[in-house]
Ligand binder design. Structure first.
Ligand SMILES: [Zn+2]
Length: 468
């Protein structure tokens, strides 16, 4: 069989790997959007380097758009097979794909509006998105939700089993057992792994008996701050920004995963009576609100601490100081209210979404803090913020940076180098023939590779194929 890396090769976004069996059966693992160079978004994602109609089966590891976001485009171009994923991933993906289409429309209108600002609004409406609403519906209706740890036989040559990856709700690692020429081979894709001991999610469950492993390496080159507790870190920023100076603490957060971890931490602080009474907390992302409901619906997928918390307090996220912003008009008003507050809004890498407006409103305010709480790929605005520039351009406006730009990894949804090595030990990596590193930038991967005591660790290039 042949494994080809069509995405997340020496970069983080755009996960897409194709496994072609000897029989010609083709399995695509993930089909995500590539966000690496924003200006090349359309050319990076519109066309596929293979024929979509030739794919027989798609396995989706989790709902994040850099893994799922291009599936409706694949469907639009002729893919007609089943999509295997975990049960919660079906619903989460539905919401995320709709949101992604909205972002494409908004971004498209923005750029058209800029170029053709004198033309009619109707003209500006003609935005070339990668897919349409009906392709999302087709995608979701092709999804089959599997339960973790239960093998699913696709045909005589292929069996699939999903394992808890601990990254976000429903995130899976996937093991493919392939029978060819009276020989059985087991190939494991970690998908995105979660951080051990993380908020809400369980620890990753290791796959067993693998011959080949394809592992993520997002934070393979660094170590998370070990001694910091999420509640202390967040409370510190709230006290030093909102309570002390009456400023805004603006936190860009992915609507799925990060926002829930942050809101859960805030509720924990609230139940302990530690949250300053005069500080309002705003969660401003319709997708995050829907997702939070999903976390409560699928609470059996969460860790023991979260499940006990729900049993004790009735829910995971709601509390007195928390204000949920649904529509964009309220978002605009809230952002400019002269009051100390915490604004948690999407998107995490500050690529699109309402967070851009909040950052534009407060980035020049010396009493405010912008707290980056997750990974920001190179070329994204979040990454640019972290570079410490004195001026930035956001939503077509040049702004001076006076707010504090801070970063924390306490909410990280990925393991650091030690966590990845722990995972490798748990899957008994020494008995694995070959390990492939994906989903990491070249620097992280190179550092991670040096720490793995295995003779056959590969960092595949884009479109590189391997015979397994
Ligand atoms: Zn992810």
């Amino acid at each position: 069989m042949k494994l080809t890396f069509y995405g997340a090769a020496k970069q983080v976004t755009g996960s897409m790997h194709l496994l072609t069996l000897e029989s010609g059966f083709q399995v695509l693992i993930d089909c995500g959007l590539d966000y690496e160079n924003r200006k090349d978004f359309d050319s990076n994602n519109r066309n596929f380097p293979f024929l979509p109609e030739d794919i027989d089966l798609l396995i989706l590891t989790h709902a994040h758009i850099d893994h799922s976001g291009n599936i409706p485009n694949l469907v639009r171009q002729g893919f007609n097979g089943p999509i295997i994923c975990s049960e919660p991933t079906v619903e989460l993906s539905h919401n995320l794909l709709n949101d992604s289409l909205n972002v494409q429309l908004i971004e498209g209108r923005k750029s058209k509006g800029k170029k053709n600002h004198k033309k009619s609004f109707k003209k500006q409406e003609q935005v070339q998105t990668l897919f349409q609403k009906r392709h999302i519906e087709q995608t979701v209706s092709a999804m089959h939700g599997l339960t973790f740890n239960e093998p699913y036989q696709v045909n005589d040559e292929l069996t699939i089993e999903l394992f808890e990856a601990g990254h976000i709700l429903g995130a899976s690692s996937v093991k493919l057992t392939i029978k060819e020429h009276n020989e059985t081979k087991q190939i494991g894709f970690t998908g995105d792994l979660g951080n051990y001991g993380s908020k809400l999610m369980k620890d990753p469950t290791p796959m067993n008996g693998l011959d080949y492993l394809i592992t993520e390496s997002t934070y393979g080159g660094r170590l998370h701050t070990q001694d910091k507790i999420a509640e202390d870190v967040l409370l510190n920023y709230i006290k030093n920004t909102c309570e002390k100076f009456g400023g805004k603490l603006v936190i860009p957060a992915f609507s799925v995963g990060r926002t829930q971890a942050i809101l859960f931490t805030l509720k924990q602080l609230y139940t302990k009576g530690l949250l300053p009474k005069n500080v309002k907390i705003y969660t401003d992302s319709p997708l995050a609100i829907k997702t939070s409901r999903m976390y409560e619906k699928y609470k059996k997928y969460l860790n023991d601490e979260a499940q006990h918390f729900v049993n004790q307090y009735g829910d995971l996220f709601g509390f007195e100081n928390l204000y949920v912003i649904e529509n964009s008009k309220d978002s605009e008003i809230m952002s400019l209210l002269p009051e100390p507050s915490v604004i948690v809004s999407a998107a995490g890498m500050v690529e699109g979404g309402r967070i851009q407006e909040h950052i534009r409103n407060h980035i020049s305010d010396a009493y405010s803090t912008i707290l980056i709480a997750g990974f920001c790929a190179e070329g994204t605005f979040g990454h640019e913020l972290l570079m410490g520039k004195s001026t930035v351009r956001i939503n077509y406006k040049e702004k001076e940076v006076h707010a504090q730009i801070a970063r924390t990894d306490v909410f990280s949804a990925h393991p650091d180098q030690n966590g990845l090595l722990r995972y490798l030990n748990e899957v008994d990596f020494k008995s694995i023939k070959q390990i492939f590193l994906v989903h990491g930038d070249l620097n992280s991967m190179t550092k991670f590779k040096e720490t793995i005591p295995h003779p056959n660790v590969v960092m595949p290039n884009f479109e590189e194929s391997f015979q397994l």
